[in-house]
Write a protein that binds this ligand. Sequence first.
Ligand SMILES: [Fe+2]
Length: 243
Amino acid sequence: MFGLGKHNLPEDVFQGACDIHCHLLPGVDDGFATAEKSLHALQVLEAKGVKKMVLTPHFMKDYPDNDSTSIMAKFEAFKMEAAKVSQIELHLAAEYMLDARFMKHFKQGFLTLDKGGNHVLCETSYMMYEHGITEMIYEVMCAEFQPVIAHPERYEYASKDNYFRWKDKHYEFQLNLLSLGGCYGGPAKAKALFLLKEGLYDYIGSDMHGLGNFERFLPEIKLGKKEIDALLRLKENNKKLFR
Ligand SMILES: [Fe+2]
């Protein structure tokens, strides 16, 4: 199917896909601003073959009103609207910043990626790995939660040593697809290619905040056959969260 060299993503790459990271729930963070825009995106993604989306609004100090109770109510309202225009199956989780609020969310009950499961999508600051993060993750892992580190390639402070250490601690990694198209700059793209080649990713997500970047950077993704095969394996791993 593929020769040597770099290739665009296959036409059917989204067929049957489950996106486990997106900011499609409107008006709750820096993602989609209006329901109208979210519903349009759902229709675009459905036409590409996407079957399921996990909505993962930011839970962090910038959005202090976001907690499980408030977000669940907004999700249920949005889901009813979405069902009128799209067959995509929607599920609610969250993207938890590893900050002072993280343990509060843990005590209140995490919204997990896998409904009723134990996978928790976590992010750190892009600039620094703050004091106490390792200990917080350890505590939630002792309670049988599985941390899934969102877009590790985007953390400017993270070295290759960091990545291997995190994998030694059994953290799972989620790749942002658009990192491979340069959406977050050259260093993030280089790290994404490194992590992909090393087989360190477990899942893939769009981390979509709007359709603009998705449509702009998707065509910029050019990969060799091995990297495309690796992406397709991540796509299958995503589905395993829902079996
Ligand atoms: Fe995100």
